[in-house]
Design a protein around this ligand. Structure first.
Ligand SMILES: C[S@@+](CC[C@H](N)C(=O)[O-])C[C@H]1O[C@@H](n2cnc3c(N)ncnc32)[C@H](O)[C@@H]1O
Ligand code: SF4
Ligand code: SF4
Length: 476
């Protein structure tokens, strides 16, 4: 592989380019020429160390060697070594790379950081909202174990950091554990998304033998603390107990799953009870996901009937924020708020400064800039929320490699170039931070990726009006 495709090296080169007095272009920086000859003075060298320490959350001692004699390759190798020594910090450096994209400094990384791979769309549940409309498998010719292993091999070559396996229900494949074992043998970080119903004691034991609890994650869907609440969303009687049995099997081999709930009008009143339910069972990791108008929930009237009202959204958001702080250390509620609510929630807005008139530095999300998604038949999409839109398919791994597709800039133009905000987003004072929300949800709803996120309830200008009237935005 071309070693310029190495993500860490690319990041180091970009930092050197930023610091160099000679205004070097990233592409011009040789990998094997000492820093001293790259126009880095003492101050720039110091700034480079601080920037690297900040970005990777590691400390680079002068005694590690004189940076003057180091090359970009040796610096990248040092960072990698330190990251291996400090595994708990790996999330930070992944964030650091993503921030290059999200702050507009680059439009895409040289190779993807994350791969989402759905080995099947078959499923034993019939969730009323399933964004993949999973069930019988859509009649797709699923990739074989060997084909998936080939993809994993390429991920390793490309320095991909993590692979998420979802679906459909991944455990519907009899060879799913072989897939996971292979990915772990290749030292990838693995995230599994499952409804838990098929995780037998044996399957749990096999998972425990290959997963590393420091890096890997198993997410199990549970939509409520009572059978009737969970099952009216999952569409299958008896699934509540089956999921709890799967969770128990995981717990008994030492795997603490993340429990995920999709928030709808059917279950939101049970969220406080759900937290107690999980805590009583010693489950300590929880995530709540807002409903996306995709798949079986795409029909507008149906989506509206299942979604929370703006007031209910605000209430539950406030409740979760308060609970997160109250339970800190005992129970973890994920704070990936953008997944839970769009920026439009009032509690989100007060955290980002309104920057009226300022264009977003970049309106990128991870789709096609830091990650790709692979459907069961090898089709590649920028994001797993896009499968139902064949016009957004960028190619197939049955025909081309990941790198070949990734480097074909024309395929990713929609995702690597700024979007044009439309509708109310054009005049919104939060556009800079919000970037119009999730583009695929806007596309599904309005046929326009630059349109406001369908979950946005904010009327641009109303916060300013409120402030003017002396009814200042509550910052408590
Ligand atoms: C598509 S499922 C695949 C994994 C597995 N079958 C499961 O249900 O956990 C991945 C996650 O997406 C959630 N999900 C499905 N449809 C959704 C929708 N329309 N909006 C938000 N989340 C959804 C599921 O509840 C699950 O947590
Ligand atoms: S959300 Fe998961 S469990 Fe439900 S139908 Fe879709 S793939 Fe199956
Ligand atoms: S109007 Fe647009 S930019 Fe403003 S908060 Fe809503 S989605 Fe975001």
């Amino acid at each position: 592989m071309n070693n310029r495709g190495d993500a860490i090296q690319t990041a180091v080169l970009r930092l050197i380019a930023e610091k160099s007095q000679d205004n070097l272009d990233v592409l011009e920086i040789p990998l094997d020429v000492p820093m001293a000859r790259l126009g880095l003075g003492a101050l720039e060298k110091y700034e480079l160390i601080v920037a690297l320490e900040d970005k990777y959350d590691i400390s680079i001692e002068e005694s590690d060697g004189s940076l003057n004699s180091w090359t970009a390759s040796t610096l990248a190798a040092c960072i990698k070594k330190k990251l291996v020594e400090k595994p708990s910090k790996t999330v930070n450096w992944k964030d650091a790379f993503e921030s290059f994209v999200f702050t507009g400094k680059v439009s895409a990384l040289r190779t993807p950081l994350s791969i989402h791979l759905d080995p099947t769309f078959r499923c034993n549940m019939r969730c009323v909202f399933c964004y993949d409309s999973s069930g019988s498998g859509h009649g797709l010719a699923e990739m074989t174990l060997e084909e998936i292993q080939g993809i994993i091999d390429e991920c390793v070559e490309l320095d991909v950091v993590d692979v998420t396996f979802g679906g459909g229900e991944p455990f519907m494949r009899s060879d799913f554990l072989d897939i996971v074992r292979y990915a772990k043998r290749k030292k990838l970080r693995v995230f599994l998304l499952t409804n838990g119903t098929l995780i037998t004691a044996e399957a749990a034991k096999s998972l425990a033998a290959c997963l590393d609890s420091r890096f890997d994650m198993v997410q199990v869907s549970l939509d409520g603390p009572r059978a009737e609440v969970h099952e009216q969303q999952r569409g299958v009687k008896g699934s509540f107990e089956q999921t709890l049995a799967g969770v128990e099997n995981l717990r008994s081999v030492g795997i603490m799953p993340v429990i995920n709930t999709v928030l709808t009008r059917l279950n939101f009143e049970f969220i406080p009870e759900m937290i107690d339910f999980l805590m009583d069972r010693g489950l300590t990791r929880y995530r709540v996901l807002r409903l996306h108008p995709l798949g079986r929930a795409r029909d507008r009237a149906y989506y509206d009937s299942l979604s929370l009202t703006p007031e209910e959204s605000e209430d539950i958001f406030r409740f979760l924020s308060r609970k997160r702080e109250e339970l800190i250390g005992d129970f973890h509620i994920s704070n990936d708020n953008a997944c839970i609510f769009p920026m439009s929630a009032k509690e989100m807005r007060i955290k980002i400064p309104p920057l009226a008139g300022r264009e977003p530095a970049s309106d990128a999300c991870g789709a096609g800039t830091t990650k790709i998604s692979i459907a069961p038949d090898g089709s590649v999409f920028p994001c797993s929320y896009m499968y139902e839109f064949p016009e957004l398919r960028v190619g197939s791994l049955r025909e081309r490699s990941i790198l070949d597709l990734w480097n074909d800039e024309g395929l990713w133009e929609l995702y690597r170039k700024p979007l044009t905000p439309t509708g109310k987003c054009k005049s919104c004072e939060y556009l800079y931070g919000c970037k119009t929300g999730c583009r695929i949800l806007s596309y599904a709803f309005f046929g326009d990726m630059g349109a406001p996120d369908p979950g946005c309830h904010y009327q641009p200008g109303s916060d300013i009006e409120e402030t003017k009237e002396g009814n200042a935005l509550c910052r408590a």
